[in-house]
Write a protein that binds this ligand. Sequence first.
Ligand SMILES: [Zn+2]
Length: 271
Amino acid sequence: MIEQSLLLGRCAPARGLRRLVRKQVLEGAQRILIAVMVVIALTIAYLILHALWAPERRPARSTPVAAALTPTRALSARPTATEIAPSPTATKPPSKKIGIVAGHWGYDSGAVCPDGLTEAEINLAIARLVKALLESQGCEVDLLEEFDAALDGYLADALISIHADSCNIPEASGFKVARVLDSAVPQEEDQLVKCLREEYQKATGLSFHKHSITYHMREYHAFYEIASQTPAAIIETGFMAADRQILLGQQDKVAQGIANGIVCFLETDSD
Ligand SMILES: [Zn+2]
């Protein structure tokens, strides 16, 4: 009995301790469990809130990317001319394209004087000088025959056909400039005629022979072959009898007058 009580006496405190330890372990586990549940609850709450807010935030973030993929945005996002334009000193502006028809060249002799001088040879010599003068000013120049295949739909900043009047009226002197009757670009062609008339008169001193501008000049075939938006004019540089000294002996002035007229037109046209 004593031994048993002693045994019990020893054992009773040990059982209490175990109970106490177990209680503390359970309480600790309970706290941990609560903490874990709180964490899980907070995580779920965060995920729910994230899911609710995300659709509203997504477009704001992704708009530039999504819109850039749409054609509309792609077009409007393209750099503007001013954004991609090089600085004025970086590159030269595109050169002006000019067509010069040497009247009758490649077709016939044109007017022929009693001494054999042909209009075609005068026209070609002047046309070549005009070409050289314009090229020295940076223009791109096509020297064209009277019925050149290139005239069909010809597109340029200007086209001038160079002719001369016959020896038929020995006393007649002066030059003429005309454009097509039914012009698609009347303002431009009037300006071209005005520039040619003023500059040619200044360079050669010849007078304007306006009363002999014929219907044939205004209905010149090349006017109806070239592109309608190409400003064009025909010039009769002088009469091969009375104005021969200028047409043969001062071709540099004749050519300079025509080239100056074209440059005058190009300058006013680009304003
Ligand atoms: Zn002619």
